[in-house]
Design a protein around this ligand. Structure first.
Ligand code: HPA
Length: 271
């Protein structure tokens, strides 16, 4: 709690009390949204007290404040993954800090493998639900009652209202947007063929190594969440190919403008 307070206090001072309404987490290869931002302030994670520091090369590690679609936002360019060796508490630390800064809703993106045979690379999948296959979660341990309840309800972790708004926007702008269930695995290795088959069998439409810890922390805090996967590789049973990081980044780059448009339009429509 003290660490959250200190990080938030530092950020408030450095940003002249900038008041973001919405928090955005950008996934692997999806950092270009910041080019659409009227940037007011930018802080390196490494300068913020108690902030974990990003280790993955494709993540640049900045907290950026500014306007997107005319609304004040804070953007995490680069996130923390459990596979990097961080604790779950560290993985969700920035989410809790953003909420302390006054963020009212959370928008999350990620790169994911497509398990639904109808998906194509660079499709967007709006997440309607998830399956947590990470070995732990950020709420394990003594409950921080100041943050949220001991047993948060998870019947609608992704705002159904925002899902509908996203589908309306997609129709309006001719975007290829699907919906589906995201399974979160620890990684960092990709899945075996048998594991992809298992994931599909248990009801997942896409698989990735992030998002769910942050969403759990956000639900605990009472923040409505919108999350979207960019399908970077296809791994439906019977159609599994070798996954190369470069291909993932290429597919993410191709889908990035669509994702940015979707999030920007969605943010414009929030109260
Ligand atoms: N599996 C897990 N994580 C991923 C994948 C995948 O196929 N693609 C992108 N992130």
């Amino acid at each position: 709690m003290k660490t959250l307070q200190e990080a938030a206090q530092f950020i408030r001072e450095k940003t002249h009390q900038y008041q973001p309404d919405f928090g955005i987490v950008l996934g692997t290869g999806l950092g270009a949204l910041v080019q659409d931002l009227q940037v007011a302030f930018s802080l390196n994670y490494s300068d913020i007290p108690h902030f974990p520091v990003s280790t993955v090369e494709s993540h640049s590690g900045k907290l950026i404040f500014g306007e997107l679609g005319g609304r004040p936002v804070v953007v995490m360019q680069g996130r923390f993954h459990y596979y990097e060796g961080y604790s779950m508490e560290q993985v969700v630390f920035p989410i809790r800090v953003m909420q302390r800064l006054g963020v009212k809703k959370l928008f999350v993106s990620n790169a994911a493998g497509g398990l639904d045979p109808n998906f194509n690379t660079s499709d967007l999948m709006v997440i309607t639900d998830h399956i947590n296959l990470q070995p732990t979660n950020p709420l394990i341990g003594k409950n921080l009652d100041e943050l949220g309840p001991r047993f948060p309800d998870m019947s609608e972790p992704y705002s159904a209202h925002m899902v509908q708004q996203a589908l309306d926007i997609s129709l309006q702008h001719g975007l290829s947007v699907k919906t589906g269930v995201y399974a979160s695995v620890p990684g960092p290795m990709l899945e075996t063929k048998a594991e992809y088959t298992y994931l599909r069998t248990i009801g997942a439409d896409a698989v990735g190594m992030s998002t769910v810890p942050e969403v759990i922390a956000a639900v605990h805090l009472g923040l409505p969440v919108f999350a979207v996967s960019v399908i970077t590789d296809l791994c439906s049973p019977g159609n599994i190919k070798k996954v190369v990081l470069l291909d993932i980044l290429e597919a993410a780059a191709k889908a990035e403008p669509h994702m940015t448009l979707l999030i920007k339009e969605l943010i414009k429509r929030q109260d």
